[in-house]
Ligand binder design. Structure first.
Ligand SMILES: [Zn+2]
Ligand SMILES: [Zn+2]
Length: 92
């Protein structure tokens, strides 16, 4: 599934998030990954991200999978924890 997402991404970071701290907005992130290393994400420098996290009802589908470079993924993960914190407050 991750390899399928990688092929869809064309070897480029799929982050288009306006609030991404990497600062590529309004453009898509330009980080590119080596196609040969698509099955070894650590070496290629990308991470597969669940666009909508499991905790918020996301599923393990290709549509919910984003190929992100490490800085974008870090930024998203940092924001995600505050989103999750708000979400759990709302549930209470
Ligand atoms: Zn990126
Ligand atoms: Zn980004």
């Amino acid at each position: 599934m991750v390899v399928q997402a990688f092929i869809r991404s064309g070897g480029q970071c799929e982050c288009v998030d306006p609030s991404c701290e990497v600062g590529h907005y309004p453009f898509q992130c330009h980080a590119r990954f080596s196609f040969e290393q698509r099955t070894t994400s650590d070496l290629a420098g990308y991470q597969a991200d669940h666009y909508l996290p499991y905790a918020l009802g996301g599923s393990a589908t290709l549509e919910n999978c984003r190929i992100l470079c490490v800085p974008c993924h870090k930024s998203k993960t940092a924001r995600q924890s505050s989103i999750l914190a708000q979400f759990s407050k709302l549930k209470r």
